[in-house]
Each structure stands twice: as structure tokens, then as C-alpha cells.
Design a protein around this ligand. Structure first.
Ligand code: SF4
Length: 306
């Protein structure tokens, strides 16, 4: 029988294995922490949950889990898209687990999170793209965790009717949808997605939730140029996005899109300055920035700015 992981291999993205990436520079060095790693892992495992920290091979896992911060990935661990940068399996997804929302809520309580980030795989097979499951998860988290603030990092829901309405009704604290890369690279890096649809999603959310923070993020080092990054910033500002994250793309394996360039930390500072000038309220821009990296601290900072 073919397992999902085998399916994912057979559907593997365009083969990039002939493309070499440059050697990792000395600043791409992960610091290890160990104190609470096992505790966080046991809470995640006891509740049989999936985290993007593990699935995406996030370089910050040791630091975040040491602080008992994990980002939960709902709706299974198999994605219906095949983005060339992403380590998450592609294939036929499993059935939606109706008990997952309660287990996420229990894990949030066990980890004593003050701010939780929930994300998901793309579920283009579902009539609402999984928006209803997001809503149920948010509801269960609130039932068990009265004080927690909630940030969601969603897929684009493929423009499915009513998906965004379901999300708007949840009244989350932060709505995040990543553009991931500049418009020109979508076909290679994010096939199956559409740059303008992603902007429309962010815009629709903001127009219907003026008091809720919106957030988006990109990876750099995929071959984009600065003009394209600046143009992307303009697009996000025009569509009401408050918070921008910029991180270095790291290639999960030889089969994935190659790193074209490792940018020096000073380049991230330079982009941050441009973004702040453009009008973003908060900008996180470092080689190790990821959507949910230090999301709790950034949310506190956002609240104080407003
Ligand atoms: S940055 Fe986000 S995805 Fe990475 S380990 Fe931290 S919480 Fe998990």
C-alpha cells in the first residue's frame, strides 16, 4: 500500500536537485537550547498534534520550544499544494479529525500560552478550504483558555465561497496570510497560488475587521531583487497590512527550490528601514525571522503602538 509520505514523494515538486545552493555563511548558525524541549514535545505528542515547527524543519525550534512556544498545524500533515520551498508533504489529505480542535485547546492550556499561533496545510479538497475547522479550533481554544490571544496563519482558501466570512466571524487578534515571495516567482515557488488572490484575501479581511491586525511575510534569497521586494511592500501597505515579516529562505532538501543567495543580517536591517518608512507598524526582519517567531512579543508591541 502507498503511504501518504510515498504519495508525496511521487508528487514531489519540480525536481531542483541539479541546482546547487551557495555554502551557508557563518551567520546561519542555529543556537541550541534544551531545558523545556522534552516537555513541549511531550505535550504536543500526548495530544497527537502536528506542529509547523517540526514539519517545516524550522531552524528556531529549539529556541521556541525551550520557551514552550509551538505553532500548531491543523487539518492534518498532508497538503494539497506543492510549493517548491516547503517541506510539508504533498498528496491526498487525511479526513479532518473533529476532535483535533479540543486537543489543540488542551495543549494551549498545558503550555500555558498567552498568545497562540494556529496554521494549517492547504485543504483545497474541502468545500470551505478548512475555514470551518479553523473556527472550531478557535472556539475550543477560547473555551479552555480565557485570556489567550489568537493569531491565525491561513492558506488562501482558494477563494472558496464563505471561507473568509467564517474566518472574519472568529474575531481573532491577528490575521496572517503570507505572500511568501515576490510576484514574478510565484509560478516556480508557489504554483497553485495567485499573488493577487493573496492580496485580495488580506484586503477583504482588513475591510471587514478594521481593528484587527493583519500580517504577511516573505522569504528572501530565492532570486528576487530589491525593486520587487519594495513593490511587494507597496502592495501590502495598499491592502492594509500592519505587520511584515522577512526571513532568509533555507532549503529543506536537495529536491527543493535552491537558495540563490544568503543575505547578510545588515541587508535585513536595510529592508526593515524601508518597510518602516513605507508605513508598516511592526517589521521583523532577520535571517531567522519566521511568521510565528516571537509572535507573542510582536503582538504585545503592536497593541502598544495602536
Ligand atoms: S518560529 Fe514558529 S514555526 Fe519556528 S519553531 Fe518558532 S514557533 Fe515554531
Amino acid at each position: 500500500m502507498t503511504s501518504n509520505r510515498q504519495i508525496s514523494k511521487s508528487l514531489i515538486r519540480k525536481n531542483f536537485s541539479n541546482f546547487e545552493s551557495p555554502k551557508k555563511p557563518e551567520w546561519i548558525k542555529v543556537t541550541s537550547f534544551s531545558k523545556n524541549l522534552n516537555l513541549t514535545a511531550s505535550i504536543v505528542n500526548d495530544q497527537r498534534l502536528t506542529t509547523v515547527c517540526e514539519e517545516a524543519l524550522c531552524p528556531n525550534i529549539s529556541e521556541c520550544w525551550n520557551k514552550k512556544h509551538a505553532t500548531f498545524m491543523i487539518l492534518g500533515d498532508v497538503c494539497t499544494r506543492s510549493c517548491s520551498f516547503c517541506n510539508i508533504q504533498t498528496g491526498k489529505p487525511t479526513d479532518v479529525d473533529p476532535f483535533e480542535p479540543l486537543r489543540v485547546a488542551k495543549a494551549v492550556r498545558s503550555l500555558n500560552l498567552k498568545h497562540v499561533v494556529i496554521t494549517s496545510v492547504d485543504r483545497d479538497d474541502l468545500h470551505d478550504g478548512g475555514a470551518g475547522h479553523f473556527a472550531q479550533t478557535i472556539s475550543k481554544i477560547r473555551d479552555l483558555n480565557k485570556e489567550v490571544s489568537i493569531e491565525i496563519l491561513t492558506p488562501d482558501f482558494k477563494n472558496k465561497i464563505n471561507a473568509i466570512d467564517k474566518i472574519i466571524k472568529c474575531k481573532v487578534d491577528v490575521f496572517n496570510h503570507n505572500l511568501e515571495t515576490v510576484k514574478r516567482l510565484y509560478n516556480e515557488v508557489r504554483p497553485g497560488a495567485d499573488y493577487n488572490n493573496s492580496l485580495n484575501l488580506l484586503n477583504t479581511f482588513k475591510l471587514n475587521s478594521l481593528n484587527t491586525f493583519t500580517k504577511s511575510g516573505i522569504m528572501i534569497g530565492l532570486g528576487e531583487n530589491e525593486d520587487e521586494i519594495v513593490s511587494l511592500m507597496d502592495d501590502l501597505i495598499e491592502n492594509g497590512v500592519d505587520f511584515l515579516t522577512i526571513g532568509q529562505y533555507l532549503r529543506p532538501s536537495k529536491n527543493h527550490y535552491p537558495v540563490i543567495e544568503y543575505h547578510h543580517p545588515s541587508y535585513f536591517d536595510h529592508l526593515k528601514e524601508i518597510a518602516i518608512e513605507k508605513g508598516f507598524k511592526i517589521v521583523s526582519s532577520t535571517p531567522f525571522t519566521r511568521s510565528s517567531y516571537h509572535a507573542d512579543d510582536d503582538f504585545e508591541a503592536l497593541k502598544n503602538i495602536n
